[in-house]
Design a protein around this ligand. Structure first.
Ligand SMILES: Nc1ncnc2c1ncn2[C@@H]1O[C@H](COP(=O)(O)OP(=O)(O)OP(=O)(O)O)[C@@H](O)[C@H]1O
Ligand SMILES: [Mg+2]
Length: 206
C-alpha cells in the first residue's frame, strides 16, 4: 500500500513520517520561528513556552532546534510524556545528569535541583529541561516546575526550561500561583498552522 502511494504521488519518501532527518525538514515560517526561539531559550538559560494545535509541528521544530545546538555545551533532557508525573521528571533529570535517583520524593526534588546546578557549575554545560505535551501537566505539576525554577532567590535559573504543548497550556498558566512562572517566561510562541502556500511549497522538499 505504502509503495503504491509513494509511486502514485511520485514521493521519494512518505511525507509526515516521524523520523525525518533535520536536514530534510521543510523550513516554513512557523517552523523556523519556533526552532529559533527554542534555540534562543536554551542558549540563554531562559524559560520558554511553545504551543500549537495537534500536528502543527512543535516536536519537529524542537528536534530541528536541538540539532542546531553544540551538544558539547548543552545537555538536553527531553521528557516526551508528562504523564509520568513529577517523580518521573525528577528521575529523568537525575539519571540524565549521571546520578542515581533517591527514593523519597522531597529528597528526589532537591537532588534534581542540585544536579541541574552542578551541571553548570562543575561541567560548564547548560541543561535544558524540555517537557513535550505540557498541556497534560496538572496544576500541581506546573507548580512543581515553578519551584524547580526558583533558584537561589535569583530571577534567573542556571538552566533552560521549555514547555511545549497544545494551546490549553497557556490558559492554565495564567491562574493563581502559576502566574509567577508565567511572568518569568522569556519566550512565548504560538505556532500557527501552515498556510496554503507553505503547504504547496512542501512538494518541492518531499
Ligand atoms: N518542518 C517540517 N518539515 C517536514 N515535515 C514536518 C515539519 N513539521 C511537521 N512535519 C510533519 O508533521 C508531523 C506532525 O508534526 P509534529 O509531531 O511536530 O506535530 P506536533 O505539533 O508536535 O503535534 P502533537 O501536538 O500531536 O504533538 C510530523 O510527524 C512530520 O511528519
Ligand atoms: Mg508533538
Amino acid at each position: 500500500m505504502i509503495d503504491r502511494v509513494q509511486g502514485y504521488y511520485g514521493f521519494t519518501r512518505i511525507p509526515f513520517g516521524r523520523n525525518l532527518a533535520p536536514s530534510i525538514l521543510h523550513q516554513h515560517h512557523s517552523h523556523r520561528e519556533a526552532a529559533a526561539r527554542i534555540a534562543w531559550c536554551i542558549n540563554n538559560r531562559a524559560i520558554g513556552v511553545v504551543t500549537g494545535e495537534v500536528g502543527s509541528g512543535k516536536t519537529v521544530a524542537l528536534k530541528g532546534a536541538v540539532a542546531s545546538l553544540d551538544l558539547a555545551r548543552f545537555t538536553v533532557i527531553y521528557q516526551p510524556n508528562p504523564e509520568v508525573g513529577m517523580r518521573g521528571l525528577y528521575d529523568r533529570i537525575v539519571t540524565a545528569l549521571g546520578g542515581t535517583p533517591k527514593f523519597h520524593l522531597a529528597a528526589l526534588a532537591a537532588q534534581a535541583s542540585a544536579a541541574l546546578a552542578a551541571e553548570v557549575d562543575e561541567r560548564g554545560r547548560t541543561p535544558a529541561v524540555v517537557i513535550d505535551e505540557s498541556h497534560l501537566l496538572d496544576h500541581h505539576e506546573l507548580d512543581a516546575i515553578r519551584m524547580l525554577t526558583n533558584y537561589d532567590m535569583d530571577s534567573t535559573t542556571p538552566f533552560a526550561v521549555l514547555l511545549i504543548g497544545q494551546p490549553a497550556l497557556r490558559k492554565r498558566m495564567k491562574h493563581g500561583v502559576l502566574a509567577a512562572l508565567d511572568q518569568r517566561i522569556a519566550i512565548s510562541y504560538e505556532m500557527p498552522t501552515m498556510t496554503k502556500e507553505e503547504t504547496a511549497a512542501t512538494s518541492s522538499t518531499t
